[in-house]
Design a protein around this ligand. Sequence first.
Ligand SMILES: Nc1ncnc2c1ncn2[C@@H]1O[C@H](COP(=O)(O)OP(=O)(O)OP(=O)(O)O)[C@@H](O)[C@H]1O
Ligand SMILES: [Mg+2]
Length: 243
Amino acid sequence: MSPLLEITGLNVARSGFEIVNNVDLVAPAGEVTVLLGSNGAGKTTLLEAVSGVIPCAAGSVSLEGEYITSMRRGKRARRGLAHVEQGRTVFPELTTEENLLVAAPKTALGPAFDLFPSLEKRRHVKSGLLSGGEQQMLVLARAIVGSPKMLLLDEISLGLAPVIIQDLMPVVRRLADSGIGVLLVEQFAELALDIGDSALVLSRGKVVFNGSCEKLRSSPELLQGAYLAGADPEDEPAQTGGS
Ligand SMILES: Nc1ncnc2c1ncn2[C@@H]1O[C@H](COP(=O)(O)OP(=O)(O)OP(=O)(O)O)[C@@H](O)[C@H]1O
Ligand SMILES: [Mg+2]
């Protein structure tokens, strides 16, 4: 059987610079695949190329064995690919329920409220009045009301207190346990590795580690080494012909 999401030899360029370089990645259904790397390593760029926000320069992306590399973004979404982009927030003037109705009809909201009972209690409250953690849960809930097969999560913990992130990560685990494939970009590496199955580390657009979360967790020097390599300011990405 084909893996849920498979990325092969992916190159992505921005403004003529090669940002993602020859990346191979497999993200199975029911698993959390953690994607780590320093600031500017290319994590967001990779996710954007997978969901179709930006084009790929070379390589392929497939979902359940179907090539989606050149498919428009909306079509990829209809195939079951959901992307929570970095910095995504709620519509503060809308209630919790109205935020979800932007993405799906009322009849489809049940599973999201089952997963996030605290949101159901606050379904008629303006989402701008929810706590930071609840707002991020609402962002997650909005991504899953369309019943995606594969979920790309880009730093959903941004701006949240560590104690709240500790509550959010098990929710991501539960999503995967319900059968969804999750590709998780997370700055709090240890919290992500605690709930993840496999992990990749990107450094300057290249995969420098691909293995189990357990292995990465038990080799701090590997993790730290990758981060330091990615942070080298002397090292500019290679320029390419395209844009
Ligand atoms: N629109 C753009 N045009 C040109 N270069 C860009 C653009 N967006 C990002 N970049 C560059 O691409 C590289 C990778 O950025 P990207 O946002 O993918 O990294 P990241 O790993 O998600 O970082 P962070 O952890 O800060 O979110 C960086 O060098 C960045 O400066
Ligand atoms: Mg990013």
